[in-house]
Design a protein around this ligand. Structure first.
Ligand code: GAL
Length: 424
């Protein structure tokens, strides 16, 4: 996937193709009762910048899908830490929402294989989405000739967010990333020596997993890194062991309460000057916007040693099998895929639109840079956010993270990763 999905594909003026037919005056049950109009939208975007992004979609839904009522079924917790389990239970109990959020890639594959989501290919033609998204993205979403979700965005995972005032205490240049993982470790030593107790702020589960992935990506390079998740790179290899040792070192510079907090708390340590860095996806840009943190108070760069890669994940929305109010859900999907919906969502969410026809100047500074990087960097998938790994793989890795956080035993961690990375 070198070069980015959007690179090779021309801008398509698909806005005009977006028919509103699916949002007409349909009434699912014909009964006209209010529940038949409810579109329950299941996400984990409950607060802050994430909620602001969701609100953007909701406002376009309010205009485009007047016959239906948005019902917020968000379950708080970064990266769906709580939501995914609630969703699994609801799906198991045959009580699906009207639509739910799922990451494009292996994670979506779980729901497809379990027969929990419907084919939405016909909506692509109906809404002009087959022309609005780049062909590589469509290929990536297609399973046996069918498409099962509508992507809302593309996020970048391998980003470090830093507090320049804290870096200054150790005379570290805030304007550019350390050149490598080793150089980053050296800077963390300097910060410690300058009295910064917690150079890196991180949080439980998926956040630690993201730090580990960034170190693996830096140390192995994009091709070998991608191979870790598709069986082409040996997870038991000595180069992986060496990278995990560096991950261990980096984690030793982090906050002791990391198992007790979520990513917004880790970010607030950086904003308050209690830590120098946090490594987190670019939903941080949205959180900073929502919290009105001035641009000058923070900086960001690709995780050290990963400058040439754009580690991506894409949030998409599904049409669950036997979900509530399917015609209303289709209208939600129309909004998610539309130019207006993607703009309302992504300008607030820190992500870039999945569509090819977005106008960069409509977006905040961070997303403008991300759009350029998306076109020029090597695209690699994220395990923590489902583009590379299934739900079961992530569950195993995240419990290994919890164990590693207290035991710090590299051999045990690597063994768990070897098991988890094998396709189930
Ligand atoms: C990811 C999701 C992002 C963001 C993040 C933190 O899994 O794709 O949109 O919500 O979790 O919660």
């Amino acid at each position: 996937m070198r070069g980015g999905w959007s690179k090779t594909f021309a801008v398509v003026g698909a806005v005009g193709l977006l028919a509103v037919s699916a949002c007409g005056n349909s009434d699912d049950s014909g009964s006209g009762d209010s529940a038949s109009k409810d579109v329950t939208v299941f996400t984990w975007w409950a607060d802050g910048g994430e909620k602001a992004g969701l609100d953007g979609l909701v406002s376009v839904f309010g205009t485009e899908c007047k016959d239906y009522k948005f019902v917020n079924s968000a379950v708080a917790g970064g990266a769906g830490a709580n939501a995914k389990q609630v969703l699994a239970n609801d799906l198991q109990a045959k009580n699906p929402p009207s639509t739910f959020q799922a990451h494009a890639g292996a994670e979506l594959g779980d729901y497809i294989n379990a027969g929990q989501v419907d084919d939405v290919s016909s909506l692509y033609t109906e809404f002009g989405l087959d022309k609005a998204f780049p062909k590589n993205l469509l290929d990536n979403l297609t399973v046996d000739g069918k498409i099962y979700s509508v992507p809302a965005n593309v996020h970048r995972a391998n980003v470090v967010w830093a507090n320049p005032a804290v870096l200054k205490k150790a005379n570290i240049d805030a304007t550019k990333a350390p050149a490598s993982v080793d150089a980053w470790i050296a800077d963390m030593e300097k910060l410690k020596a300058a009295g910064v107790k917690t150079p890196l702020a991180t949080s439980k589960g998926f956040a630690e997993e993201m730090v580990m992935e960034a170190v693996l990506l830096a140390e192995l390079g994009p091709d070998k890194f991608t191979g870790l998740w598709n069986g082409k790179t040996d997870m038991a290899g000595a180069d992986v062991t060496a990278a995990l040792e560096k991950f261990k070192k980096i984690l030793s510079f982090s906050n002791v309460d990391r198992e007790a907090i979520d990513w917004p708390d880790a970010l607030s340590y950086v904003n308050k000057g209690q830590a120098a860095y946090t490594l987190m996806g670019d939903w941080v840009a949205a959180q900073q916007l929502a919290d009105k943190v001035p641009d000058t108070a923070y900086t960001y760069w690709p995780a050290p040693g990963t400058e040439s890669s754009f580690q991506y994940l894409a949030d998409s929305f599904t049409l669950p099998t036997n979900g509530k109010t399917p015609e209303g859900a289709k209208c939600w999907l129309k909004v998610v895929g539309s130019a207006d919906g993607q703009k309302a969502f992504n300008t607030k969410k820190g992500s870039i639109p999945a569509r090819s026809d977005a106008v960069a100047t409509d977006y905040p500074k961070y997303q403008q840079a991300a759009m350029a990087d998306w076109k020029s960097k090597t695209i690699v998938p994220s395990c923590a956010h489902g583009s590379a790994c299934t739900l079961a793989q992530n569950n195993s890795i995240q419990s290994a993270m919890g164990q590693f956080s207290s035991g710090m035993d590299v051999a045990t961690l690597q063994k768990a990763l070897v098991t988890a990375s094998k396709p189930s």
